[in-house]
Design a protein around this ligand. Structure first.
Ligand SMILES: [Zn+2]
Length: 258
């Protein structure tokens, strides 16, 4: 079973990083992580996520009811539960209102990850989730329609949700989504991004498959103590970059030879 104390500290650390980057403001955002088959740890409602302490983190059951702690989870925890219920490979859910990506959500325009090699590989497609009242059952219902095939979700007129096999992977995905949204805007100002051709996108999809970045049916808890594993994606990001550069290098050689 993952180390509860470490997961509590990780939730605080993720909150601090996200607040510092402006991905959550004021008391925005909520994050959770699987502790076991029966329990989750979640951030408390009404608290600035940049300044949480481990004892403020609330332990809840899979129905969303607090079982330990003096705080309450956000009403938005319902969307976390809808994800955990359908995705055994997800051990962490991170929700925030990153300003550029949320601008896309407000415009109801998907963030185009397929215009960037690493975003297409590491993030995959971003689901645009139909508007529903925050905190209502409508949000998990709308999200549930996309949850099997995506790791990132833009909630129309609201914000963004990222999932991962651990807290760091989920938060990196949210960070990278915001970065991709900024790049997409810049490309648009410069006349629009050039599309990566279909054959190249297929190669990147293959890399994505080889690296185990596609949604799966395998339980993240079965993988041992992965939920609290510190920052596993730094090596993963390096490996993705290496594979993408290799693939592009081969392509250049072929083009040069022709
Ligand atoms: Zn929200």
């Amino acid at each position: 079973m993952p180390d509860e104390g470490r997961l509590r500290r990780d939730l605080c650390e993720i909150g601090r990083r996200m607040w510092m980057q402006g991905l959550v403001a004021a008391t925005d955002g909520n994050f959770s992580v699987r502790l076991s088959e029966q329990h989750l740890l979640a951030t408390p409602t009404g608290v600035n996520k940049g300044f949480m302490s481990p004892d403020e983190i609330v332990k809840i059951d899979m129905g969303g009811s607090p079982v330990e702690g003096f705080t309450r989870p956000s009403s938005e925890i319902k969307m976390h539960l809808a994800i955990y219920e359908r995705r055994p490979d997800v051990c962490a859910v991170v929700h925030g209102h990153p300003p550029t990506a949320t601008g896309f959500a407000a415009a109801r325009v998907p963030v185009p990850t397929e215009i960037l090699t690493e975003a297409h590989t590491f993030l995959g497609p971003v689901a645009l989730v139909e508007y529903a009242t925050p905190g209502s059952e409508g949000v998990p219902q709308a999200l549930a329609r996309h949850v099997k095939d995506h790791n990132l979700f833009l909630l129309e007129n609201h914000g963004a949700v990222a999932v991962g096999s651990d807290l760091f992977q989920a938060s990196y995905r949210l960070e990278a989504l915001e970065q991709s949204a900024k790049i997409a805007i810049t490309a648009r100002l410069l006349g629009g991004a050039h599309a990566i051709e279909q054959g190249e996108l297929a190669k990147l999809q293959q890399i994505r498959r080889e690296l185990g970045l596609l949604p799966s049916e395998e339980s993240c808890l079965a993988a041992g103590d992965s939920c609290g594993r510190p920052e596993p994606d730094e090596t993963l990001v390096a490996r993705i970059t290496e594979l993408v550069m290799e693939a592009l290098g081969e392509e250049r050689k072929v083009m040069g030879a022709g």
